[in-house]
Design a protein around this ligand. Structure first.
Ligand code: ADP
Ligand code: MG
Length: 593
């Protein structure tokens, strides 16, 4: 006797519902998407008790006629595709024709809808997949779908719903994912009678600002890149606004939100060296691509997307975000009090593209009229020498590399042996001396590592240090790597004897650097190649950089700034912290109002 039976339709729909409808937020997503597919200009979402009480979506789209109002609850009922070929040309959010059938299978649903041509609309009620009734109703053009008692007939699911607050959080996530790319459509969200969002139709940036706050736009830089295959546009967060938690990262393909840990890693790579550990920047990135090149049908809720050439997308994305970050990060121009002929040129290191610092020259500067402030601070008498003293030999590590001198005459002063302060057209610039020097050294070391290794300086008197046997083993094992950083040693009587150090770096700093490496190596972090170089350069720079508390000569101060602003990204140190801030002149003016 045959055992196989066809499932009754309601049961089949309930099973399908398990995939599409996981929680109230899934219902919200499907209903909002249907409203957009219907060409709505305004969409209103009304929620009670995190969706456990009510989810209602009201739109002013094209509506449905009497037949469709009933048909739409059938499984595989869709107006959006007709043939297999259509599957590869999808422009709408939906196409599987199972959302309404699935929702109706596990809830009480009331649909009111009217097309532009009809005078009267249609009301249809479905409960647990069963048709309950249909009648003419007077209603405005468009569609309203109210979903109540979600999972009333699937107690196991109902029991697993989280608190109204948690479910509401998920609903807001879905709402944002739909509202961000559809900035031309107005959206309202009301929860328990309170208006959570009222988003009027606007441009992409304003939409983001309306959702995430007025401050968001100034935290973002525009991203834009285009090839024949794909267009990428949107915004990426400036590194200093990266947060420790996720939640402001969005990818959209053809205005459909999707998740991709693969592409997320492309973005994170673009930020490499700019972010403190475990920080994630906000981003809103839109891909536009011929639907033929993507498959949205690999997941029932369509939040995973397959590109036919993922590798290209990955590379283009990483490059475009990196480019966007580099562009915005160009140094704001420094207000050096000098004439163009006096600007010294950096000696480009061989085979490297060195970006010239942008120096703004005051066109009204008159060398015969010296109106520079002679007394920058009350009580402090500045002799002319302190302003125009020629650079003297530098006596702190490695600042002499490659750089002939800083522009003479730049007014810089050191404050609290910690900050260097100078003026710019935009305001006062305050540079963190330790971080700035760390960034300079980082780039120098990285550059040297890429060529022949860090320059070595022999010690007249070897420094000795005791280590534990396990540590000595590690130091033995990683001798070659340390060799590249200019560090040489031998091991004797359970001690390490340091014979050479990287040029200009104090032995004490070298030992601190080695301690740090030992801590890492005991976790056995397998890094190699460029990544290893960045790691070594970063750690060594951190230990070798001048410290807070170090008093700098005027020449050192000028040189530090000159070198800093020749870096590709002067604003951030390798771990992503700020090297300097600018106090805008308007803010200063305001204090005097
Ligand atoms: P899909 O969106 O995949 O087509 P759904 O189950 O979500 O499947 O919807 C089924 C059909 O019902 C849609 O194809 C559409 O024709 C109709 N429909 C659903 N919601 C709306 C709406 N808000 N306005 C107009 N028509 C709608
Ligand atoms: Mg749909």
């Amino acid at each position: 006797m045959s055992r196989i039976r066809l499932l009754p339709e309601t049961l089949a729909n309930q099973i399908a519902a398990g995939e599409v409808v996981q929680r109230p937020a899934s219902v919200v997503k499907e209903l909002l998407e249907n409203a957009i597919d219907a060409g709505a200009r305004h969409v209103k979402l009304i929620v009670k008790d995190g969706g456990k009480g009510l989810i209602q979506v009201i739109d002013d789209g094209h509506g449905m006629d009497e037949t469709d109002a009933r048909m739409c609850f059938e499984r595989h009922a869709t107006s959006k595709i007709q043939s297999t070929g259509d599957l590869f040309r999808i422009q709408t959010k939906g196409f599987r024709g199972e959302a309404l059938a699935s929702i109706a299978a596990v809830a009480h649903v009331e649909l009111r809808t009217r097309t532009g041509e009809m005078e009267l609309g249609t009301l249809v009620r479905v409960e647990g997949g069963k048709f309950v009734g249909q009648e003419p109703v007077s209603t405005s053009q468009g569609t309203s779908i109210a979903v109540k008692n979600l999972f009333f007939n699937v107690p196991a699911r109902r029991k697993f719903l989280k608190s109204a607050q948690v479910e509401m959080r998920h609903i807001i996530d879905e709402f944002q994912r739909v509202a961000i790319p559809h900035h031309g459509i107005g959206f309202t969200l009301i929860h328990n009678g309170h208006e959570v969002y009222r988003l009027t139709p606007t441009n992409p940036m304003q939409r983001i600002a309306h959702i995430f706050g007025r401050k968001m736009p100034q935290r973002l830089v525009p991203v834009k890149e285009q090839t024949d295959y794909i267009k990428i546009h949107g915004y990426a967060g400036k590194p200093e606004f990266a947060k420790q938690r996720r939640g402001e990262q969005f990818f959209f393909v053809n205005n459909r939100y999707f998740k991709s840990s693969y592409l997320h890693s492309a973005v994170m790579q673009a930020y490499e060296g700019l972010l403190p550990e475990k920080r994630i920047p906000p981003y809103f990135l839109f891909f536009e691509i011929d639907p033929e090149h993507i498959d949205v049908n690999i997941h029932p809720t369509k939040t995973e997307i397959k590109f036919d050439d993922e590798y290209t997308v990955y590379n283009l994305l990483r490059a475009s975000v990196r480019h966007a970050l580099g562009k915005f990060d160009q140094m704001p121009s420094i207000d050096f009090d000098i004439t163009p002929g006096l600007i010294p040129r950096a000696k480009p290191s061989s085979g490297q593209n060195v970006r010239e610092p942008k120096i703004q020259v005051d066109p009204h500067f008159n060398p015969f009229r010296d109106d520079r402030p002679q007394h920058p601070f009350p009580g402090q008498i500045s002799t002319p020498a302190s302003v125009s003293e020629p650079p003297s030999p530098i006596d702190f590590p490695s600042l002499t590399e490659d750089i002939p001198a800083a522009p003479p005459g730049t007014t810089v002063f050191q404050w609290k042996n910690k900050y260097l302060i100078t003026r710019m057209p935009e305001g006062l610039m305050i540079v963190h001396q330790h971080r700035a020097h760390k960034s300079i050294l980082y780039h120098q070391f990285l550059d040297q590592l890429a060529r022949s290794g860090i320059h070595t300086q022999e010690l007249l008197f070897p420094e000795s240090r005791d280590y534990m046997p396990a540590e000595l083993d590690l130091l033995e094992k990683h001798r070659d790597i340390l060799h590249q950083t200019g560090i040489r040693y031998h091991i004797q009587d359970q001690s390490l004897h340091l014979t050479s150090v990287p040029a200009g770096v104090e032995p004490g700093a070298v030992l601190a650097f080695m301690d740090e490496l030992l801590a890492h190596w005991s976790d056995d972090i397998p890094i190699q190649g460029d990544e290893l170089h960045r790691f070594l350069a970063h750690k060594l720079a951190a230990k070798a950089a001048i410290r807070t508390g170090h008093q700098m000569s005027p020449a050192e101060q000028q040189q530090l700034l000159a070198q800093l602003f020749r870096l590709p990204e002067p604003k951030y140190e390798p771990s992503g912290k700020m090297n300097f801030i600018i106090l805008p002149v308007e803010d200063i003016d305001k204090q005097f109002e």
